[in-house]
Structures are given as C-alpha cells and as structure tokens.
Design a protein around this ligand. Structure first.
Ligand code: UD1
Ligand code: MG
Length: 447
C-alpha cells in the first residue's frame, strides 16, 4: 500500500509588504486565493491530512482554511519556519506517513512536481525542492556534494562563497512525519535571525545517517508573492500560461493578451473568444460557441454554437443551451436558457427558466426581487416576449404564448395566449396640429 501523505501549509507570516487589511494568502490569483491553490495541490497528490499553520493575527486565514476543509495549527509567536512546522505536530498526532511543507504564498507548485518530491522519499530521508533563480538574493542556498544535498544555508548566514551558489531553496520540503518531527525537536536558533529554521533539518537528518536530495523546478513554479507587485507578476504568469494552453488546445483567442481566465475555465476546441473577455470562476464553453468582445462571464455554462455578447454579463447559475444567444447589454443570473432561445438586446434575466426556441424581446426585465425575496420566472418553449416587458415574478408564461410589447406581466399567461398588459392607446385626431399652432403663436408674441 502506498505511504499515506500529509501536508503542512505555512501561513502564519505577517505579510506586511502586501499593505492589506486582508492576509496576504487570501489574495486571489487566477480567480482563487493563493491558499486555495496550495490546498488543491496538496489534495491533488493525495494528502489526506492538510494542516494550515496560522498566527493569532490571521483570523481570516483560519476561517478560509476551515472552509477549505483544512486542519488548523496555531503558531504564536512566529519563531521561524521550523517552529511553524513543529506547531503542526499535535494536529498530525497519530498520523504515520510522509509529509510535505508548503508555503501558502507560493501558489503555483504543480501537483506533478509535488508528486516527484513525495516519490523521491522512497529513496531518501528528506527531499527539498530547489530552483535556480535569476536573482538568488535572500533565498537559502543548497549545498550539494556528489548529487546529494548536504546542507541549506540561509543567505543571511552565508559566506560569499556560499552566496555564489545558484541553486536555491524554494521552501518546499518533505520527509516522513517521524523524521521531520524528530529533527525539528533538535533545531536550535543560533543564527542571525534567532529563528528556528526548517532548513536545519537537512544536516540533522544527515547526521542521523539519512540521505537528503534535491528535486528541481522552474523558477515560475516556485514564485513567491510578498507584495502587490509580486501578485501582479503571478497573475500575469498565470494568464500567459492559460492563454498559451488554450491556443494550443485549439481555442481561438482573437486577442490573447486581453483574455482573462480563472483557474478552472474550461473551453472546448473551436470555441472563439473575442477581445477583452473576462472569465470569472466556474465557466465552461462548448465547441463552436462564440464569445464576442467585452463580455464578463462567471459561473456560466455555454452550450455548443451559442453566441454571447458583445457586452454581455453572464453571472453564476447561467446555463445557455446549444445555439442560444445573449446579445449586447444582456445580464443573466441563475437562468437556464433552452436550445435556440434568444435574448438579443438590453435585458436582465434572473432566477428564470426559459424553454427552447423562445424569443425574449429587447429590454425585457425579470422583476425577480421584491426587496426581501427572490422569485422565479418560467417561460415556455416558443414563447414570444414582446419588447420592454416587465415580468413580475413569480410568473409563468406558457408555451407559445405571445406578450405584447411594454407589458407589466403580473399574472401567469396560458399557453398560446396573447397577453397585453398596458393601457389602451388613445388617438386624438388633429390634436398635434392645434397644439403646435397655439404654442408657436405664444412664442412669437413673447419675442
Ligand atoms: C525561507 C527559507 C529559505 C527559502 C525561502 C523561499 C527557512 C529558514 N528559509 O526563507 O531557505 O529560500 O523561504 O521563499 O525556512 N512562516 C510561518 N511562521 C514563521 C515564519 C515563517 O508561518 O514563524 C511562513 C511565512 O508566512 C511564509 C513561509 O513560512 O509563508 C516562509 O517564511 P519567510 O519568512 O518568508 O522565510 P524566508 O526568510 O523567505
Ligand atoms: Mg520569504
């Protein structure tokens, strides 16, 4: 049987450089928090126990971690990365297996990479994920000899000779829980920062006779976020990766640099995306659908051959079936639109179910909210909703019904009926001519 896996996510830092009232790791990249990226990576490699280490000042992180189903360990005060992992010991009591340490502010470590780190523990005592940054700066340096890792030296404690080493510590590290905690119990704080360094476990475990190893990743994968500048860099890296992946897969992006994706955007080949389109989380788009320029979609499912926009806003719970249309200045929310139905102009369709082949005229509004509760509008197959209709929910429009323009529809309309809900028109013969003549006369007098 495979060795059980756990992960410890460090998130107790103060993140002052972010200049935010929100904890750093809750800031979003590609439509979800950095913490959620990291938790997902841990889950993807089968970690069945994930502990998030938070400080007292990170109440928001604690809440978010709990919502993500993570266990919590409190680290107060923060005495270094080694101390932080040690704080997770109690939460991992009784767990026997391998564990990886991840940083909540390093969102892009790929599951494949973490898998390699865990796999390597079959042949070694401790594994560190290394990388060769363009600017090694303050990263810990990895000292290797004959392919083995012998020590990690923090930049602040390093000699110039060690600072010349290009191979650096990403922060990701793995060992068995037994070895990890046995080594951490012996880590001291005799260093420049007087912190308990996680990195010291390498030498400790080697002295125990265990081997240490480095696995490497690209710099982009271990990119850490400390400031808004870093956040923007991470976002750009994510977007560039997604654009590339979508193009390679066969999705047409008319202007890739202005197409913005979320971590979970799914688009089938032969769909086409116009310029300036933003995808929030939860969007899927089937083949041959076209999203015209300047659309914002979130939580929306777009069927084959559907045409969306330009300038449409599709909000969560929108399902556009095959060959539907939502045209310019159309907003939808919790709306299921059946095959071939069209909402071509200037409408709000919320909390609604529209059948197949219906036509929703320009300016139609579902009045779904009474100030307290939301109500549903149901529109049957083949119904024709006249221009500028207000559908006051709850209301049902039967199949094939025809609504005259400008109606305020407050009662259900039977199938195949005509509903007219506006005052009757009055024509007064010759009135305009008389009016204009009288007004002109007044104006001439006053000159
Ligand atoms: C750490 C590594 C360094 C590595 C670098 C990669 C150590 C001693 N050093 O340095 O080798 O190159 O990361 O980015 O491990 N944290 C806590 N509690 C603490 C201290 C830190 O939860 O008491 C968390 C932080 O929130 C952060 C992570 O641990 O997510 C790393 O801490 P940080 O202070 O940034 O470590 P570095 O000095 O950058
Ligand atoms: Mg750091």
């Amino acid at each position: 049987m495979a060795t059980p896996r756990a992960a410890v996510i460090l998130a107790a830092g103060k993140s002052t450089r972010m200049k935010s009232s929100r904890s750093k790791v809750l800031h979003h990249v590609g439509g979800r928090s950095m913490l959620s990226w990291v938790a997902d990576t841990a889950r993807a490699v089968g970690a069945d126990k994930i502990v998030c280490v938070v400080g007292e000042g990170n109440a928001d992180v604690r809440k978010a971690a709990e919502d993500l189903g993570l266990d919590i360990a409190l680290q107060e005060p923060q005495l270094g990365t080694g101390h932080a992992v040690l704080c997770a010991k109690e939460a991992l009591a009784g767990f026997e297996g391998n564990m990886a340490v991840l940083y909540a502010d390093t969102p892009f470590v790929r599951p494949e990479t973490l898998e390699r780190v865990f796999d390597s523990l079959e042949r070694t005592g401790v594994t560190v994920l290394g990388f060769e940054p363009e600017e090694p700066g303050f990263y810990g340096r990895l000292i290797t000899k004959d392919g083995e890792l012998t020590a990690i030296v923090e930049a602040r404690d390093a000699t110039n000779e060690i600072l010349d080493i290009g191979l650096c510590n990403s922060g990701v590290m793995a060992a068995s829980t037994k070895d990890m905690f046995s080594a951490l119990d012996r880590v001291g704080n005799d260093n420049v920062k007087h912190e308990y360094y996680l990195t010291d476990i390498v030498e400790i475990l080697r002295n125990d006779g265990l081997a240490a190893r480095v696995i490497t990743a690209d710099e982009g994968e271990v990119l850490g976020v400390n400031s808004r500048v870093d956040l923007a860099t991470a976002e750009l890296a994510f977007q560039m990766g997604m654009r590339q992946a979508m193009l390679i897969k066969g999705v047409t992006l008319r202007d890739p640099e202005t197409t913005y994706f979320s971590y979970d955007t799914e688009i089938e080949p032969d769909a086409e995306i116009g310029a300036n389109v933003v995808f929030g989380p939860g969007v899927s788009i089937a083949k041959d659908a076209v999203i015209h320029p300047f659309c914002h979609l979130e939580g929306a499912k777009i069927g084959e051959g559907a045409q969306i926009g330009p300038f449409a806003r599709l909000r969560p719970g929108t399902e556009m079936a095959a060959n539907t249309k939502a045209g310019n200045f159309v907003e939808t929310k919790k709306a299921k639109i059946g095959k071939g139905s069209k909402i071509n102009h200037l409408s709000y369709i919320g909390d609604a179910e529209v059948g197949e082949g219906a036509n929703i005229g320009a300016g139609t509004i579902t009045c779904n909210y009474d100030g307290y509760f939301k109500h549903k509008t149901v529109i049957g197959d083949g119904a024709f909703v006249g221009t500028n209709s207000s559908l006051v929910a709850p209301v049902k429009i039967g199949k094939g019904a025809y609504l005259g323009s400008g109606g305020v529809i407050t009662k259900d309309v039977p199938a195949d009926a005509l509903a007219v809900a506006r005052s009757e028109q009055v024509n007064k013969e010759g009135w305009a001519k008389r009016y204009n003549a009288a007004q002109q006369k007044r104006k001439n007098k006053s000159k």
